[in-house]
Ligand binder design. Structure first.
Ligand SMILES: Cc1cc2nc3c(=O)[nH]c(=O)nc-3n(C[C@H](O)[C@H](O)[C@H](O)COP(=O)(O)OP(=O)(O)OC[C@H]3O[C@@H](n4cnc5c(N)ncnc54)[C@H](O)[C@@H]3O)c2cc1C
Length: 433
């Protein structure tokens, strides 16, 4: 029997250290340097942040998502989940621990599919935390259905020439390179006819037309780029993992990315519960503490119940990934975690906001940011609806149709079958009466 809900004591010590370190040293960065996580470090910011990264390295917690051959610790996804739920409290924490999206997913696919030259050029600086990367897949006219993508690369001698539009290419404005998914052979199905390219951001023809911001950010000062790729010439060696491999690579990348978001969401939702409980114990109204009002107790109990189920499921899914070492085999559960995540975060943050009254709705508390984050989680890496379809299809694989018009669990037929099975005993009982 190998079921076990205990963290090994040595790793628990590391988690305890990380928890303290994030609360005391990293969470203040969110307030001192907001929205600058993906701006390359320089000057005073480098002076403030480099020592924190060094401390994480000294503790052996740098880039824990990667194996030792890539400069990480090789802890696997379960340990990463336990760490990520701590990092999810702070927007700077993943950067300080060297495991921020989208760079983690991008590093993972370069590590899996990159040539030695590509790894030397792109992977090492990414792992060292010295550059950022961008995953450029969604197009203005199509996101959830990649078979509709039109951005094209055509062969021209020893080069490929890329033309087309990409939308919501996060961090393109500060990334050193882009991983771009394009059509290389329109004659075959999209599943065989699309490829990934590694493109340095300063390549002529990579035109960032707009930096789309999320709600609350100033117009054109966001980090999600609309990019016009206009006659972008790249060498033949810029293809990642071979021509026609884009879908296979995307699955590797997005599988990891989705579960990592879920891990961090646990931390964010737990932070909302922490704030809700503190407020409930601090605020008096109508003759007593909020904590003594049944509605508020309901909020706390529902939030705890929602989060504990989600957390156990995410940890289980991480354990499955470690066990099978194959994202495709764990696809159903990764998609399920992705489906549940926005609702868990939304519901808990909403209740926490409500318990804080008017203050909860202001820009002096983080709740609307969390609720907005829940909306983002329902879209980034694919909309909830699409993941529900995946879950349903995977669940249905384990079933077959009934042989005739009546369901197999139709009681009259089962009664007949049960009577036939126990006929000998039933007759005896009748005989005894
Ligand atoms: C904060 C953020 C960061 C992002 N970062 C990146 C990035 O770095 N790189 C990148 O390439 N993309 C990125 N994206 C884009 C993201 O991958 C897309 O938004 C997502 O795939 C959905 O595509 P879309 O927005 O075009 O929506 P659409 O494809 O137009 O879908 C719109 C809606 O239609 C419904 N729908 C769609 N398909 C189905 C279906 N099969 N069944 C039922 N309903 C359906 C859903 O309600 C869906 O929300 C990011 C998005 C966000 C919000």
């Amino acid at each position: 029997m190998s079921w076990d809900f205990e963290t090994d004591p040595e790793y628990q010590k590391k988690l305890d250290w990380a928890d303290r370190f994030v609360r005391e040293e990293v969470e203040p960065l969110d307030l001192a340097f907001p929205h600058l996580q993906f701006v390359p470090l320089e000057g005073k910011r480098r002076e403030a942040i480099d020592p924190l990264k060094d401390e994480v390295r000294r503790q052996g917690l740098w880039a824990t998502h990667l194996g030792p051959e890539l400069g990480g610790q090789g802890f696997g996804q379960l340990k990463l989940a336990l760490l990520n739920e701590i990092l999810g409290r702070s927007s700077w924490a993943p950067i300080v621990f060297g495991c921020q999206a989208p760079d983690t997913g991008n590093a993972e696919i370069i590590a899996h599919y990159g040539s030695p030259e590509q790894k030397a050029r792109y992977l090492q600086p990414l792992l060292d935390g010295e550059c950022f990367s961008c995953y450029s897949m969604t197009e203005p006219h199509a996101g959830a259905d990649p078979t509709l993508f039109k951005t094209r690369a055509e062969r021209d001698g020893d080069e490929w020439v890329i033309n087309g539009w990409k939308f919501f290419s996060s961090n393109a404005r500060t990334a050193s390179f882009l991983i771009v998914m394009v059509v290389t052979n329109p004659e075959v199905s999209a599943y065989q006819g699309m490829s990934m390219f590694l493109v340095p951001t300063d390549t002529p023809g990579v035109n960032i037309v707009r930096n789309v911001g999320l709600y609350g950010e100033p117009l054109n000062e966001g980090s999600h780029a609309l990019i016009h790729y206009e006659d972008v010439h790249v060498p033949a060696e810029a293809v990642l993992g071979g021509e026609g491999q884009a879908f296979a690579i995307a699955q590797t990348r997005l599988g990891g990315g989705r579960i990592h978001h879920a891990m961090r969401t646990i931390g964010s939702a737990q932070k909302a519960i922490d704030m809700m409980c503190e407020r409930a114990l601090s605020r008096e109204t109508a003759g007593g503490l909020l904590a003594d009002k049944q509605f508020v107790q309901g909020y706390i109990a529902d939030s705890y119940a929602q989060l504990i189920q989600f957390r156990l499921f995410v940890l289980y899914t991480a354990w499955e990934i470690d066990k099978y070492n194959d994202y495709r085999r764990v696809r159903k559960d990764i998609a399920t975690a992705k489906v549940v995540m926005p609702t868990v975060l939304h519901d808990i943050a909403w209740r926490a906001m409500q318990v804080h009254g008017a203050l909860g709705t202001t820009n002096e508390m983080p709740f609307f940011g969390m609720i907005h984050g829940a909306g983002v989680m329902g879209l980034a890496d694919g909309p909830t609806e699409v993941h529900k379809v995946t879950v349903a299809r995977q669940v249905l694989r384990d079933y077959k149709p009934s042989d005739d018009v009546w369901p197999t669990q139709w009681i009259p037929r089962r009664v007949e079958a049960a009577k036939a099975k126990f006929a000998e005993y039933l007759e005896l009982e009748v005989g005894n009466q």
